[in-house]
Design a protein around this ligand. Structure first.
Ligand SMILES: Cc1ncc(COP(=O)(O)O)c(C=O)c1O
Length: 417
């Protein structure tokens, strides 16, 4: 029985403050954001209001097909009812308390996440974003080995905080992050010879984005991952897979780690964020015993990591993926997309796995991206100007892929034809 407590504060305001205003036109919303937000993002000319599955609706009530999944975040689709209900129930009970106390919700989310991870993974550390997960993963590797050097790969993206951006050998990111953290060394993605040349007994970690999404959905052969594992074992190096994009079912496997894409090898640490909680900000480092056992009290920490609201969203996200068979659906989406794109004009290669697909064109794909947006289909570009990226929700339906197929199979959009 719940004890009745007299209410001194916190009576609900009706209607809630954020919904009180009258509906705003797109031009007003745009003006308001531009007036008050630092101008660092390049935006599409729409404001979104609500979503359901792979559909989103603008402030003007127009429906768009979201094949970009809210920036690779909305794997369960927009506002999945199971996730929304879990957040709602938890919000009514307790929004937050830090790791100074125990929580059944935190325990359940951690247990569930470890249960779907590769078998050697036994523990999790929760934080708030992808870059924070990578910072902590590299810190754990340094603690576990007593070494400082970190090897990462040309084309990999690991985030924008100091250590993660220093591990990002892509475009001008390291430049943005100056001064860089010392002892970050670059190797060639997919080349074990290049790894052997730089990763040695002074190396704490090798961190790799197993499918390089931002770089244009670049892939490496499964044997490369086995060779990487062997090299790490021979030299006592911690192997970190940055699965911020590839994790949580996106490739048609719970994780790239341990799947046939990695020749079944498992890393020592897996980092996650993006779709881990369907849009509630959460990051995580999954670790095996070897690494986890090296971490002592106060070595890692963050105020918000593992908060109850976020944990409810993590647990419900995993349950939704399981209950709706989304991993199998991600595989189906891939094969349907491949069939649909195969004969499309201007396409040279289709890359990637599951719901992480790169479509390479004969020339720059910006006009295709703009054409699709005109047809009310949201897709993404990449650092490779020729590669269009698709990161659709794992619940994308056959008729939604058909809409994309019809829109992409048109001539006259690029100059080559
Ligand atoms: C592979 C990868 N790692 C790390 C990050 C950084 O994640 P966040 O933006 O949550 O810090 C990203 C973000 O795009 C990413 O794609």
């Amino acid at each position: 029985m719940r004890e009745e407590i007299p209410k001194l504060v916190g009576r609900p305001v009706s209607p809630p403050v954020s919904f009180r205003d009258t509906v705003m036109k797109f031009s007003e919303i745009q003006q308001l954001e531009d007036d008050y937000q630092i101008a660092t993002y390049k935006k599409m000319g729409i404001a979104l209001d609500r979503g359901e599955g792979a559909w989103v609706w603008t402030s003007e009530g127009e429906r768009y097909l979201d094949l970009y999944g809210g920036h690779a975040v909305c794997a369960t689709g927009h506002s999945h009812p199971h996730v929304v209900a879990a957040i709602h129930e938890q919000a009514k009970k307790l929004l937050f308390y830090s790791n100074l106390v125990y929580s059944d919700m935190r325990g359940r989310a951690a247990e569930k996440l470890v249960s779907v991870a590769p078998p050697t993974i036994t523990k999790v550390f929760f934080c708030n974003s992808g870059t924070e997960a990578n910072e902590n993963a590299m810190r754990m590797a340094r603690m576990a080995t007593g070494r400082e050097k970190v090897v990462s790969f040309t084309g990999g993206f690991h985030g924008r905080t100091a250590d993660s951006i220093s591990a990002t050998f892509l475009g001008r990111y390291r430049e943005i992050g100056k001064p860089n953290v010392p002892l970050h060394v670059e190797a060639e993605f997919g080349s074990i010879g290049s790894v052997r040349a730089v990763a040695d007994t002074e190396t704490a970690a090798i961190i790799i984005e197993p499918i390089q999404s931002m770089a244009g959905v670049r892939e490496a052969a499964p044997v490369f991952f086995r060779e990487l594992r062997n090299h790490c074992d021979e030299h006592g190096i911690v192997l970190i897979f940055d699965e911020v994009q590839t994790g949580m079912g996106r490739t048609g496997n719970w994780f790239f780690s341990g799947s046939e894409l990695a020749d079944s090898i498992e890393p020592d640490v897996i980092t996650l964020a993006k779709s881990l909680a369907s849009g509630v900000p959460v990051g995580a480092c999954l670790a095996n015993d070897r690494v986890a056992s090296c971490i002592q009290e106060n070595d890692l920490g963050t105020t918000f990591g593992g908060g109850m609201l976020a944990m409810a969203a993590v647990l419900a996200t995993i349950e939704a993926i399981e209950q709706d068979g989304m991993i199998e659906n991600a595989q189906r989406v891939e094969s349907q997309l491949r069939d649909a794109i195969r004969g499309a004009p201007y396409v040279t290669i289709v890359k990637g796995r599951g719901c992480l697909i790169g479509v390479e064109f004969k020339e720059e794909c910006r006009p295709i991206h703009a054409h699709l947006l005109e047809k009310r289909i949201i897709t993404g570009t990449s650092s490779d100007p020729k590669v269009l990226r698709l990161l659709p929700p794992l619940c994308t339906l056959p008729e939604q892929v058909e809409l994309f197929a019809a829109a992409i199979n048109v001539k006259g959009v690029l100059s080559t034809e």
